[in-house]
Design a protein. Structure first.
Length: 99
């Protein structure tokens, strides 16, 4: 399997979703090497240790959570209290991921 075919398969299956190496090893036995090359060259972003993402556009974080293929739970949303005891919600979320 060549790098282009591998990327096409990733885009088809995982575009816009978070995925880890354990998910994509089923595609090809050299998935780790191919993923490393794709992150260095184009289109795939390494988000956190062990997690990657193929960028697409979303309106907000809630649309991402609705469309993502993996099961995720929002465990914390940050907010800042202001003088009138109201809250300003920031766009920072902590997710628990079941893979």
């Amino acid at each position: 399997m060549y790098l282009g075919e591998f990327k096409d398969r990733l885009v088809k299956d995982w575009s816009g979703s978070l995925f880890s190496l354990s998910f994509i090893r089923k595609i090809h036995h050299r998935a780790k090497e191919y993923l490393h090359r794709l992150v260095k060259s184009d289109g795939i972003k390494r988000i956190a240790w062990g997690w990657c993402w193929i960028p697409t556009s979303y309106r907000d974080a809630w649309e991402f959570l609705a469309r993502d293929k993996s099961f995720k739970v929002v465990i914390k949303q940050t907010a800042a209290s202001i003088w009138n005891y109201d809250f300003i919600h920031r766009n920072v979320f902590h997710l628990a991921v079941n893979h």
